[in-house]
Design a protein around this ligand. Sequence first.
Ligand SMILES: *Cc1c(COP(=O)(O)O)cnc(C)c1O
Length: 483
Amino acid sequence: MNYLSTRGAGAGERHTFSDILLGGLAKDGGLYLPAEYPRVTADELTRWRALPYADLAFEILSKFSDDIPAEDLRALTRKTYTAATYCHVRDGESAAQITPLKTLGVESGAPLSLLELSNGPTLAFKDMAMQLIGNLFEYALARHGETLNILGATSGDTGSAAEYAMRGKQGIRVFMLSPHKKMSAFQTAQMYSLQDPNIFNLAVEGVFDDCQDIVKAVSNDHAFKAKYKIGTVNSINWARVVAQVVYYFKGYFAATKSNDERVSFTVPSGNFGNVCAGHIARMMGLPIEKLVVATNENDVLDEFFRTGIYRVRKAAETYHTSSPSMDISKASNFERFVFDLLGRDPARVLQLFRDVEEKGGFDLAASGDFARVKEFGFVSGRSSHETRLDTIRDVFERYGTMIDTHTADGLKVAREHLQPGIPMIVLETAQPIKFGETIHEALLREPGRPAAFAGLESLPQRFEVLPANAQRVKDFIVAHTGE
Ligand SMILES: *Cc1c(COP(=O)(O)O)cnc(C)c1O
């Protein structure tokens, strides 16, 4: 499998999965994609239906990473997708399923269900990919006798998923910046209670944007970046996207009896990483009818799928909502889909994303390309604080199931796209306990807490408070890498 950049630089060069595993953007600022999508045969689909999650993950990943010896990859997926890691199931569900499918009922003739992606260590779907990345990184670094210092900024979910994936890993340190005293007590405790010596929580006196600016400033110091082997695990990482393809297959098998059936998925979306994996599953031949993109008030993506206009927002136009993990001003993985939509024409992708930088967006409404969005199965919708609360209440009253704020956005939009006889699977991206305040606002009660999280907020915390200053962060890294 060879990988290329969506913007075309270095065409003809060879990039294997391992080559791009530890990197971020391609040299030209584009994103990596496989030179072509592997197709799944009818026989494979039939055989895969019976596989446990870890072995399904092996089958799918091996199509994208043929430079990793099969036995090594199988060992990595089996080490990653265990019932012990994805153990925080509710309502007597089976942790061995890794991503259990919870049936809600039939609405407008469509069987409606939730695919639970949030039973891992941090109770959010980012664990699905990040746990694998932790093991893949450790494996790749050991193979080459290298080390890596991961630098990141988080307002909650991504940082904790990265820390739980990298804790105790050989050759890896994590320096995670978070805004001091700005995260919920639960999220703060989740991150800061980690005592592993390779995890460093840096509480920055500022807001999330300050943290992000520091990461950019440090990464732009190329000499420092090279000397201290600074890397990232943000959502454009290709291995993260491809790891997410697996649960679309798993969800399809759980919701159907034969491979003649089609299903639709609704995906609560921010950076377009999760639904991009759905697009790839569909390109591989999984029988997906619709991919429904659900946004919150930050509706950059909904606007595009309704109008053909992609208009990124300024920081001041980005709302802080009650589904905060979807609060984005631009969708960092969107370029991958645009590349396919434009028939894989890198020159046009380069021009459009130059327009994004220079003019704040682009307009495909008048071009024939936008009409092709339908061929790719995409539709969309948006939610608001009011509809979010209504959906949480409605699902609790009707089905006795408590859902989190992001999943509520998904369900609200899914209901606008139901088709009789076609199962609709809504991806559940977090557990309600992570967003307890809004759940309380909707239901006047506290969400249940998985037993392992009892007393989390009173555990001792380990973090360092630093001013919002890139030099101070660099000094900290130098002092704690011993290189
Ligand atoms: C990250 C996240 C999302 C958005 O996923 P993308 O891949 O960025 O589209 C949705 N819900 C939750 C809970 C998340 O943590």
